[in-house]
Write a protein that binds this ligand. Structure first.
Ligand code: PT1
Length: 262
């Protein structure tokens, strides 16, 4: 999954892909590099990010989603707002990637109709304050329990399990130790939910703590985390550096003896 930020304030591609043409060029490059899914986001959810109105979010992302769908790309919409979910599905988005796991008022209802896949992510707190004091008794058990509750809510609302993906939400209200525990706990999360896992680790600040690197120097660290996530059972890797991450997927697949890309 290649990240397409359409946010002037976004955490690592800030301000570079604000117009439709350059966003579509960037998406085309990620698809050429091997991305199966383009994740289009109009509101940054990185730590400390400010909220955006639904109208502003739609203005940023709908023309891009529509153009990508028309060109045959598989498109994910990174949003939590019911209006945005409805509009994105209306122009053909294939996946709703919600860091708030469809907990916003009306979001679940907006996502039910149709057949789009849904990624349910765990977050403690909200993006503006989530890194202030993340606290867990047992992060793997608590994240797993949360995801199971959200899966059950989706199924009860009429979303088939075959449409669901879960994500532990690396960096969303987690310390470095929490993130590492979750990485080691991925097999447990996969077993407990029985669902595909999406992992978003690319360029995140846990790599600052681990390697001392700035956001644009975190490629090697991101690739190591991608390999670790695949080993733990992740089946979708959300990343910025698509060509390099696809190489990791190929190498991981060969090393673990499954032969060829899955
Ligand atoms: C993610 C994700 C996402 N991450 C899904 N969607 C972001 N499903 C946006 C940092 O610590 O992991 N899964 N959408 C980006 N969010 C962050 C969070 C970016 C933390 C940076 C950090 O640096």
């Amino acid at each position: 999954m290649g990240v397409l930020n359409v946010t002037p304030d976004s955490f690592s591609d800030g301000g570079r892909f604000v117009d439709v043409t350059s966003a579509l060029d960037h998406a085309a490059r990620m698809i050429d590099a091997g991305a199966d899914i383009i994740d289009v986001g109009g509101e940054s959810t990185r730590p400390g990010a400010a909220p955006v109105s639904a109208n502003e979010e739609m203005h940023r992302i709908l023309p891009i989603i529509e153009a990508l769908v028309t060109r045959g790309a598989r498109v994910s919409v990174d949003t939590s707002k019911p209006e945005v979910i409805r509009a994105a599905l209306g122009v053909g988005a294939h996946l709703v990637n919600d860091v708030r796991a469809l907990q916003s008022a009306g979001a679940l209802e907006a996502a039910v109709s149709g057949s789009a896949a849904i990624c349910l992510m765990h977050m403690q707190g909200t993006p503006s304050t989530m890194q202030e004091a993340p606290t867990y008794q047992n992060v793997v058990d608590e994240v797993t329990a949360f995801l199971k509750v959200r899966v059950d809510a989706c199924v009860a609302a009429g979303i088939g399990r075959d449409r669901l993906i879960v994500d532990p939400g690396f960096g969303f209200g987690k310390t470095l130790d929490h993130n590492l525990e979750l990485l080691r706990g991925l097999p447990k999360i996969a077993a407990a939910t029985g669902l595909p896992i999406l992992a978003g680790l690319s360029r995140k600040s846990m790599l600052s703590t681990l390697t001392g690197r700035t956001v644009n120097e975190r490629l090697a660290g991101s690739l190591a985390l991608a390999f670790a996530a695949l080993d733990g059972g992740a089946r979708i890797i959300r990343c910025h550096d698509v060509a390099e991450t696809c190489d990791v997927v190929k190498v991981w697949t060969a090393v673990r003896g499954r032969g060829g890309m899955v």
